[in-house]
Design a protein around this ligand. Structure first.
Ligand SMILES: [Zn+2]
Length: 201
């Protein structure tokens, strides 16, 4: 194991970061509608954007995950289509909510390897990539087991990343989540498509 390896962004962030995207405690989770820890960082993305590995490593797990710690087991909860990579520094990374998985279990990857395409599968309500960096090679998630990806990835000036996400029907929810005034002022009515496989995919 190497002590330090190079990390790079898996996709280039284009859209403004919302409070709901950030690592840490979320005041209101948009699937569970209650306070919940977020063990990763979300990057809103156009459906089908190519995702690269953040570091050198080996693919340890691919496939659909529909389970959450709340005990749900449905098509629209959990990480959705995800890839898990054990990096050469011993950390395990999760890439969630993909529409397509391109990596194979056992594959050796580096920062230029395309491992999948962004989507809105599992517990996603706006197309995005969930990235999670676990401190060790563990299947456990939660704030105790993970790092804030922003502390690991190259620094970005988020004040310059300010495009609005406009793809319907998700844009209405995204607009509320990106509001400066009250980014938690969204409700189930804004997410009427949550059971529809045409949108949660
Ligand atoms: Zn996330």
């Amino acid at each position: 194991m190497e002590n330090s390896i190079e990390y790079s962004w898996p996709i280039i962030p284009k859209y403004k970061v919302c409070e709901h995207d950030k690592y840490g405690i979320r005041k209101k989770h948009y699937v569970l509608f209650k306070e919940r820890a977020h063990s990763g960082f979300d990057i809103t993305a156009d459906y089908g954007t190519e995702v690269k590995s953040m570091a050198k490593g080996k693919v340890v797990c691919v496939g659909f995950d529909g389970t959450t710690t709340e005990g749900h087991d449905e098509f629209n909860t959990g990480y959705g289509n995800r890839v898990e990579i054990l990096n050469d520094d011993g950390r395990r990374c999760v890439y969630g909510h993909l529409c397509e998985i391109l990596a194979k279990e056992g594959q050796i990857v580096d920062n230029s390897t395309i491992i999948g395409k962004t989507g809105c599968s599992g517990g996603s309500r706006v197309p995005h990539l969930h990235i999670e960096i676990r401190k060790t090679n563990t299947e456990e998630t939660g704030l105790d087991y993970t790092l804030n990806p922003l502390d690991v990835l190259p620094k970005l000036d988020f004040s310059k990343i300010n495009l609005e996400f406009k793809t319907e029907p998700y844009a209405e929810l995204w607009k509320k989540m990106s509001s400066e005034k009250d980014p938690w002022n969204f409700s189930k009515e804004d997410i009427w498509y949550s059971e529809d496989e045409q949108y949660i995919r």
